[in-house]
Design a protein around this ligand. Structure first.
Ligand SMILES: *Cc1c(COP(=O)(O)O)cnc(C)c1O
Length: 365
């Protein structure tokens, strides 16, 4: 068996390379680089994919979150986020002068713990950023109830959940959702990219202005904006890839079914809430022997990952929040026990079988 990569983007490219190469050539031939026709087309198509009215392409998932907070006029106060997430969720809040208030996670779904959310709400709280982590939606029903009761905004971090559903509804479930098109995401560009998706016309218009120097009209600036546009070249690539996203997500789900079947009774496999349809950005197993297992798999040419080894509250960058070890016991325990197995649409059946056989060998099963 050849080495099994955690993620192999080349295989995906090989399946669509002619289409992609022709498109890239066309964009360059037309010198259509900034806010061109492909950005417009992609925005229309991705809004439709998410069953939302508007999509605004921006330069990354981090910037999508930052601009969404800004567009909702959240300029001071506290924002509740899970401590088990990628650092960008917290950075978006800090960058808008908002204080991230961390909450622990549910040990089964790894998504934010609703009870802890309620405990952490104060008079300063202005918003909640639920993260649909690993492709599984949060418990949005309860979260919306809490947000309404306390008059809080919700901004959904959908950066790992392109196409995921809560009940019958695609993310974002509430009015504003932020996506990343970092190359390794379920829908990835060939560089950085992101989008805000919303049903709120005012939010969409505000982000369109903010991403483009605060100018509704060239050289006329109504507010102090930024340069946070989605490249037209990236939008052109995303437009092609979007046509395959459902197929690729379904392949991920098939891969998960095989993993689950082969690993049943061997190791802790992902638990998906009955209200959620995950798009499995990542496939996470859990074991107390994580480090040894990871080493064993590495020695057998199987690449794995840890998402994430250090929760936000123990990151040096957030030492100013004053947290210490033990503050979020569930997240800390998970960060020591979780392991992400190879997961992408083009992963082959025999590769999954090989990975599972090695895991069985490790556990003597
Ligand atoms: C990838 C990711 C981001 C940030 O997206 P970028 O495009 O890399 O800026 C934010 N939140 C989560 C949960 C992510 O996985």
């Amino acid at each position: 068996m050849n080495k099994i990569n955690f993620l192999d983007l080349k295989r995906q490219y090989d399946s669509i390379n002619i289409e992609i190469n022709n498109k890239i050539q066309e964009v360059i031939n037309n010198s259509d680089f900034i806010l061109g026709k492909d950005v417009e087309e992609f925005e229309k198509n991705f809004a439709e994919f998410c069953d939302k009215k508007y999509c605004v392409g921006v330069s990354s998932g981090t910037e999508a979150l930052k601009l969404a907070l800004n567009a909702l006029n959240l300029k001071e106060g506290e924002v509740i986020i899970p401590t088990n997430t990628f650092i960008a969720t917290a950075l978006a809040a800090s960058d808008n002068n908002l204080k991230p208030i961390l909450v622990d996670i549910n040990p089964e779904t790894y998504n934010l713990d609703i009870n802890d959310v309620e405990r952490k709400i104060t008079k300063e709280t202005v918003a909640i950023i639920p993260v649909h982590l690993y492709g599984q939606t949060c418990d949005m029903g309860k979260l919306i109830e809490i947000a309404e009761k306390h008059n809080l905004k919700i901004i959904e971090d959908c950066c790992q959940a392109h196409g995921a559903r809560y009940k019958d509804k695609k993310v974002p479930i509430t009015s504003v959702g932020c996506f990343s098109f970092y190359p390794g995401k379920n829908l990835g560009a060939y560089g950085d990219g992101g989008a805000v998706v919303t049903d709120d016309e005012k939010v969409a218009e505000k982000i369109k202005s903010l991403r483009n120097y605060g100018s509704p009209k060239k050289y006329y600036h109504d507010e102090k904006g930024f340069n946070n546009r989605l490249d037209n070249l990236q939008a052109a690539i995303l437009n092609i890839k979007l046509k395959y996203l459902n197929e690729w997500n379904n392949k991920r789900i098939k891969n998960v079914e095989l993993y689950n079947k082969l690993l049943e009774g061997v190791v802790n496999t992902p638990k998906i809430d009955k209200n959620s349809t995950s798009v499995y950005h990542l496939y996470i197993i859990k074991t107390k022997e994580r480090d040894k297992l990871q080493e064993f798999l590495k020695n057998n040419d199987i690449q794995t990952g840890i998402h994430y080894p250090v929760p936000i509250h123990l990151q040096k960058a957030y030492s100013d929040l004053g947290h210490k070890k033990g503050d979020f016991p569930v997240s800390e325990k998970c960060s020591n026990e979780i392991l992400s197995l190879p997961m992408f649409a083009e992963l082959k059946e025999e590769e999954i079988e090989y990975v599972c056989n090695k895991i069985k060998e490790f556990f003597n099963k």
